[in-house]
Design a protein around this ligand. Structure first.
Ligand code: KIV
Ligand code: ZN
Length: 391
């Protein structure tokens, strides 16, 4: 029975994320991340692609042995040897899943696989049924689903269900879809595929047009109950849908999306930080939820508003996603009140006259320096020491 009230989080940071440039992780880093993803509350953890290399196999197997809580999945092509490797690697897990994929768009069938539609259907039927003899939880993904002929996609879904798939993931592999089209595809499949009501439908979106999260949310509106995503939105090319953004949408806009989910929101920042330490780059400063500026207020009017009542310019508190505290960035746009506030935090309560004097020196310094540090501020209290520090 599919729980219509719950959104299942399928994390692919260690598979789709890890396979992208600059995101390779060592065995120990994958294990650390897997523990943190467990603390974060992901429901399904795609630990890797077991057949890809000896190292990948060992990492999937170690995660399946150590991690308790999430279901552990391994990716597999629609081939016997891949499926066997995925089953062996995930075997130590309490609960495991084999995630099988095969391209179904005419472009991929002809150019990449050089097989006909009929051959693809036969391969899906045979390999999904084979996988079901090894593991009872099977996800099937028709790769490039959003560019697959709709009638053929219906047939593919039918065949996969008949062969024993329990989750059907329809990926926007190349990040081509817009939200309405992605939602319509799921509605079409739900209307036309017999037995689909007993299957979990899953969204897997790439961000080539910057629409991965929007498409995922549209899919939820169309009946999808599993979302595939990665921390900081890492993944092939422009990345996957960012887990933290989907979770924040469901939490902040619970009025609009009244679903349950298991993500522990205040673990988001720690998870994002750990990932940044494991891979070659961090989140962009203006990245939603986890970027350095996501809760930073630089404009004087905004700073004043946030000090009076954070709800004026914040739709969630930084603490709710595990960010230590909001940062009022002091610079040339900052107002007198923000300056006064920071001095109080630094242990100096200024009189009105003192504040006026210090503020004049502050604006003069801010014209010269991009970022004003606390030691610069303290220097402003003793004018002859002002602007000694460098950016
Ligand atoms: O983007 C994609 O199509 C994939 C599949 C393997 C699900 O990552
Ligand atoms: Zn993908």
């Amino acid at each position: 029975m599919v729980d219509q009230n719950k959104i299942v989080f399928f994390d692919t940071t260690l598979r789709d994320g890890e396979q992208s440039p600059g995101c390779t992780m060592h065995h120990d880093e994958k294990l650390r991340m897997a523990h943190q993803l467990t603390d974060l509350g992901v429901d399904i953890l795609e630990a890797g692609f077991a057949i890809a290399s000896h190292g990948d196999f060992e990492s999937v197997r170690a995660i399946a042995s150590e991690i308790r809580g999430p279901r552990i999945a391994s990716l597999a092509r629609c081939k016997r040897e891949d499926i066997e490797a995925a089953a062996r690697a995930t075997e130590p897990a309490d609960r495991s899943r084999i995630h099988i994929f095969l391209s179904t768009s005419d472009l991929h069938l002809a150019a990449k696989l050089q097989i006909t539609r009929e051959q693809a259907l036969d391969q899906i039927a045979e390999m999904v049924a084979f996988a079901r003899t090894l593991v009872d939880d099977i996800e099937f993904s028709p790769e490039d689903a959003t560019r697959t002929n709709p009638d053929f996609l219906v047939k593919v879904c039918e065949v996969a269900i008949q062969a024993g798939a329990t989750t059907l993931n329809l990926p926007d592999t190349v990040g081509y879809c817009v939200p309405q089209d992605y939602a319509d595809m799921f509605r079409m499949v739900r209307e036309r595929v017999p037995g689909i009501e007993n299957i979990v439908l899953s969204a897997h979106c790439h961000d080539d047009l910057g629409l991965a999260v929007a498409n995922t949310i549209a899919a939820i509106d169309a009946g999808v109950r599993q979302v595939e995503c990665a921390i900081n939105g890492i993944g092939e090319r422009a990345g996957n849908a960012a887990l933290e953004e989907i979770a924040a949408v469901l939490t902040v806009r619970h009025d609009r999306f009244p679903f349950q989910h298991n993500i522990v929101m205040n673990q988001i920042f720690a998870t994002s930080q750990m990932l940044s330490q494991c891979i070659s780059f961090g989140a962009a400063p203006n990245k939603a939820i986890v970027g350095a500026n996501a809760f930073a207020h630089a404009a004087g009017i905004h700073q004043h508003g946030v000090m009076v009542n954070p709800l004026t310019y914040e739709i969630m508190t930084p603490e709710s996603v595990g960010v230590p505290k909001n940062s009022l960035v002091l610079g040339k746009h900052s107002g007198r009140r923000a300056l006064e506030h920071r001095f109080v935090e630094l242990g100096h309560t200024l009189s009105k006259e003192q504040l006026n004097e210090v503020y004049a020196r502050f604006t003069e310094l801010a014209d010269r320096k991009k970022t004003i540090y606390d030691q610069d501020l303290l220097g402003l209290l003793q004018p002859d020491r002002a602007a000694v520090t460098v950016s």
